[in-house]
Ligand binder design. Structure first.
Ligand SMILES: Cc1cc2nc3c(=O)[nH]c(=O)nc-3n(C[C@H](O)[C@H](O)[C@H](O)COP(=O)(O)OP(=O)(O)OC[C@H]3O[C@@H](n4cnc5c(N)ncnc54)[C@H](O)[C@@H]3O)c2cc1C
Length: 322
């Protein structure tokens, strides 16, 4: 095994578009890494996604132009990435987004490489070449630091929206095109066409403003007023986990550790206690406003402004003056 002093990031693409989580991972790795950050991009032969990718300052792009592999299934992607490592050498780290694709391909690759993988990280940092991977553990009640000191690549998946993407130029960017990966085609699937799934609700992960409902404001009146408030604020409605028991909310609207990580400019919490599983999803919210009857509610520790009292009264009053 030839170990190379590089830190790789898998570039996730959806229907020929780069998934924004890739930019977040590249930005984070650029901030913490003293070795080159390398983006691994698989694209169609006539695509040019490397131009967009370059705007986020990777030191190198490993470019695999392959019309079949773009639509490859998880096993084929795993095999291709394994072959890429055999060809290029073993990077110090290999980071994937904690998305459907990343969560499927990363552990398969990890098993083939007989290395370690930490899933769903909320933070990453280096001590020398050692990657310190922070993730919630023990029923998500504590944050745990995990390291993989004796195996390479040190692998991790990281949640979307945990890190902020920042554009930066890198005049030293190198693009290296990889040919003849000779990956094993074993897909039983034949893809006839691809379409994006229909949108059932606004994508909360991209929302600039969010009104979040908790159990303390779960009544019909609470939900109605919260929706009106959200409309006036041009905000999306999010919920804590208990509200996903209601018919109108799903995991797509649930904020937190087992739901969505959000990064709005404004977050209004109505009757939310601030359990660690919820606050894990709001670390990048800019201005946080909370209403809760309990003056010692945890959520106030994460809030810039707060109101001790009835959330329904608060949301009604706020809605009325907007
Ligand atoms: C593995 C695991 C993963 C989890 N993942 C998530 C997750 O992703 N997201 C998530 O949200 N939860 C998650 N949870 C659940 C989490 O632990 C909490 O139970 C949940 O966040 C609590 O939701 P809540 O704040 O709405 O309810 P509660 O904790 O019940 O809080 C209700 C709050 O409302 C206040 N209140 C009551 N009446 C009023 C009123 N009239 N006006 C104003 N305030 C009022 C109360 O003082 C209280 O603070 C997870 C749990 C586990 C074990």
């Amino acid at each position: 095994m030839v170990l190379i002093k590089e830190n790789w990031v898998f570039v996730e693409t959806d229907l020929q578009k780069i998934n924004p989580v890739t930019y977040q991972l590249i930005t984070k790795m650029k901030q913490i890494s003293h070795d080159p950050v390398v983006a691994v991009l698989i694209e169609k032969t006539d695509a040019n996604l490397e131009t967009e990718l370059a705007e986020y300052g990777p030191d190198k792009i490993l470019l695999i132009k392959d019309d079949q592999l773009v639509d490859g299934d998880d096993l084929e992607l795993t095999d291709a990435l394994n072959k890429l490592i055999q060809k290029q050498g073993t990077p110090n780290t290999f980071i994937f987004p904690a998305t459907v694709v990343g969560r499927s391909v990363a552990p398969r690759l990890q098993a083939r490489l007989r290395t370690g993988l930490t899933a769903d990280c909320l933070d990453l940092k280096f001590e020398g070449d050692l990657l310190i991977q922070t993730k919630p553990s023990y029923g998500d009640n504590i944050m745990c630091e995990i390291t993989i000191p004796n195996h390479h690549p040190q692998m991790a998946t990281a949640r979307p929206n945990v890190f902020a993407a920042e554009k930066q130029t890198n005049p030293d960017l190198k693009v290296e095109e990889i040919s003849q990966l000779d990956w094993e085609k074993d897909s039983k699937l034949e893809i006839k066409s691809q379409v994006l799934p229909p949108k059932t609700s606004d994508d909360i992960t991209q929302a600039k403003r969010i009104v979040a409902l908790g159990r303390g404001d779960k009544t019909d009146a609470g939900i109605t007023v919260a929706n009106k408030l959200a409309q006036k604020l041009h905000a999306t409605v999010g919920v804590t986990r208990p509200l996903t028991d209601l018919d109108q909310y799903t995991i797509n609207e649930q904020i937190g550790q087992s739901g969505q990580t959000v990064a709005p400019e404004l977050l209004v919490n109505l009757g939310v206690s601030g359990a660690v599983q919820y606050t894990a999803g709001i670390a990048n919210a800019k201005v946080v406003v909370s209403a809760n009857t309990d003056e010692n509610a945890q959520i106030f520790k994460y809030s810039d402004y707060y109101f001790v009292g009835n959330a329904l009264e608060f949301s009604r009053a706020l809605e009325a003056i907007l």
